[in-house]
Design a protein. Structure first.
Ligand code: G4P
Length: 198
């Protein structure tokens, strides 16, 4: 998605060989127009999949997920990272280990919002090692929901999450795939390489 790649090129900062800072449009301040286009692109890529619901994880997944929900005209559920006091009903949970933050957290979704009739598109802002995606998949399996695939805004293709999920048979659609962040430079996968990675 050229618009997104341009934005990453102009505003993204490679903080290290493995971390990209995109606070100005995705992780802190949000660019609504860009989010709208991102949602449209996800909707386009999954429009024939019979999606009934979108599932993401707070907080940065919510922006792109809501926009995809708007374009696909389906509800959006976000997994909570803390058990909310208002959630008294039965919860589905999974533990997610973050290699970036070196911590493990439990994530929760109310059983009420997912069931066997759902065909779910998982959306997230970043795909690195894939632990958040694996946690969401675990919850969806507990709910007996079907998984149509994953829509990712930025995939760090030099980390293993995307390949592992694709090997397991999941359709993973990433709008920008980064092959390297070395020496402070963001390098995208060439289109041909993107096809191969898929
Ligand atoms: P994984 O789920 O793919 O295994 O990722 P990992 O544990 O490595 O990442 C944990 C958190 O860090 C996630 O956000 C993820 O989106 C974010 N993250 C991973 N790599 C990068 C990166 O290169 N740049 C940025 N900006 N974020 C990255 P989170 O803790 O859930 O944060 P938030 O959604 O509340 O913002």
């Amino acid at each position: 998605m050229e618009l997104l790649k341009k934005k990453i090129d102009t505003e993204g900062v490679a903080l290290s060989d493995s971390v990209l800072k995109v606070d100005s449009f995705l992780n802190h301040q949000l660019d609504p127009q860009l989010m709208f286009e991102i949602g449209k692109e996800f909707a386009n890529r999954f429009k024939r999949s019979g999606i009934t619901k979108i599932v993401t994880i707070e907080s940065s997944g919510i922006g792109p997920a809501v926009m995809a929900g708007l374009h696909l005209n389906v509800p959006v559920v976000f997994a909570r990272k803390r058990k909310p006091v208002t959630l008294k009903e039965e919860l589905l949970s999974a533990s997610v280990h973050s290699f970036t933050k070196k911590e493990t957290n439990e994530i929760f979704i109310s059983k009420k919002y997912l069931d066997a009739n759902d065909h779910v598109l998982i959306i997230d802002d970043f795909l690195a090692n894939g632990q958040a995606a694996i946690g969401l998949i675990e919850i969806l399996k507990k709910a007996d929901s079907r998984i149509a695939g994953l829509g990712i805004v930025i995939e760090k293709a030099f980390q293993e999450g995307g390949q592992n999920l694709r090997k397991q048979g999941y359709k993973v659609e990433s709008l920008a795939m980064i092959s390297s962040l070395s020496n402070g430079k963001v390098v995208f996968l060439e289109e041909k390489e993107e096809e191969l990675a898929r």
